[in-house]
Design a protein around this ligand. Structure first.
Ligand SMILES: [Zn+2]
Length: 409
């Protein structure tokens, strides 16, 4: 967390000190801060001050504790998300920023309903499987869905099996995250098509339901939810993620049944439903740039979370880190040359309406963004910074310029 703060703040700070060293103007800087010295600090001194401020006086963890305690399960359209949006605006208003405002967005409103159940019916045995409905799942009807299970490893397997062997069945996507992909996010993305688009693919071939192996490497009985998407006009079938242990259990039952020429059935009950789009908001706070007020450096995270989780890592950590960047600038009396903006997006988990609305508004206002970073990889021990760019070698030049400033840390 601290590395993120140092880096994100440095970007604004480098801008503040590179030529004009225009620190000053913020209310009551902390004694001993760069501004308090009365002379322009060097970039190295400014980074050191940010580092110390974050570690000695950081408020991010306290804010995270409040956010997840008061507003867990902040899924789009929920009252918890509305509460978190109000909290975020009030929090930014305590920092003495130049501007705090919200941006209205209409967001999808999916509700899980009653707790889902998935049960393995295997040779007379009834075995509950740890499962959670995927966001966007349809509901089962009547007393639930009971159907034979077909295990596949990919979306292409569904095509190969074809309508005759898929129709009326529950398709079970069970390709694990590739252990050879060392970076967890890469392995997550690589296996993610099964959850994101598998149920829709199965539905195209007449499947009655879908199960997916949770996108995690944790060998436990905790299922992980996430979004699944259906095409416009396509009916959403019931779809749930199984824990890793439940996935292995089901797969073993299918293998054993195949040897004896039998089959395995699963019973699913899902109560999910999609409601009309709901009003929501992005929350934005900023410190106006002293030299380039119309050029923006953005730090951000997303306020919404899944309904069954407190949303601390995903993405409460990103939210409080982004708020902390502005707090540190104020605490140290640093005045950036470019506008430094914190954007707390709505609706990242089951859509991206918040970021889309922000982007549309920025284009309409002809705002120029010189740097933007969203933190959404959890609040773990930081290992470094991932600088990607679609515009030439800007990221490489930035890394070359700033890397020496980070080496002491
Ligand atoms: Zn996230």
């Amino acid at each position: 967390m601290s590395s993120f703060l140092v880096f994100a703040a440095l970007i604004g700070c480098t801008a503040a000190t590179a030529k004009t060293a225009s620190v000053g103007g913020a209310p009551s800087p902390r004694p001993g801060s760069p501004r308090d010295e009365g002379i322009p600090p060097t970039p190295e001194q400014t980074v050191r001050a940010i580092y110390s401020e974050a570690l000695e006086h950081g408020e991010a963890f306290d804010r995270l504790r409040t956010l997840v305690a008061q507003f867990p399960g902040r899924l789009s359209g929920s009252r918890k998300l509305d509460g978190a949006i109000g909290w975020a605006e009030a929090t930014l208003n305590t920092l003495g920023l130049d501007r705090v405002y919200t941006q209205e967005v209409r967001v999808p409103h999916w509700e899980r309903g009653a707790k889902e159940t998935v049960v393995l019916l295997d040779a007379g045995n009834v075995v509950p499987l740890a499962a959670t409905a995927l966001g966007g799942s349809g509901a089962t009807t009547g007393s639930g869905l009971v159907a034979e299970v077909v295990e596949v490893q990919s979306l292409n397997d569904v095509v190969t099996l074809g309508h005759a062997r898929i129709a009326g069945k529950i398709v079970f996507f069970n390709r694990p995250m590739d252990p050879k992909l060392i970076r967890p996010t890469e392995a997550y993305r690589d296996a993610g098509d099964q959850r994101n688009r598998g149920p829709a693919q199965a539905a195209r071939y007449g499947a009655a339901g879908a199960l997916t192996r949770s996108l995690t490497r944790a060998h436990d009985d905790v299922p992980h939810t996430g979004v699944t998407s259906f095409a416009a006009g396509q009916a959403a079938i019931p779809a749930a993620a199984l824990s890793i242990l439940a996935s292995d259990r089901l797969s073993a039952a299918l293998t054993a049944a195949a040897k004896s020429g039998g089959s395995v059935r699963v019973a699913m009950k899902i109560d999910a439903h999609m409601l009309p789009d709901a009003p929501s908001h992005n929350v934005i706070g900023e410190i106006r740039g002293s030299t380039f007020p119309d050029e923006v450096i953005l730090v951000g995270g997303h306020l919404d979370s899944w309904d069954i989780a407190p949303g601390a890592h995903d993405d409460g950590a990103g939210v409080v880190q982004s708020i902390e960047v502005l707090r540190i600038f104020r605490a140290l009396g640093l005045k950036p040359r470019h506008t430094l903006r914190c954007v707390l997006f709505t609706n990242e988990e089951n859509g991206s309406r918040g970021s889309a609305a922000y982007s549309t508004a920025a284009k309409e206002k002809h705002e120029r963004h010189v740097f933007a970073v969203e933190t959404d990889n959890g609040g773990f021990q930081p290992h470094g910074f991932n600088l990607g760019s679609t515009q030439g070698d800007a990221h490489e030049r930035a890394a070359a310029k700033w890397r020496p400033l980070f080496e002491p840390y």
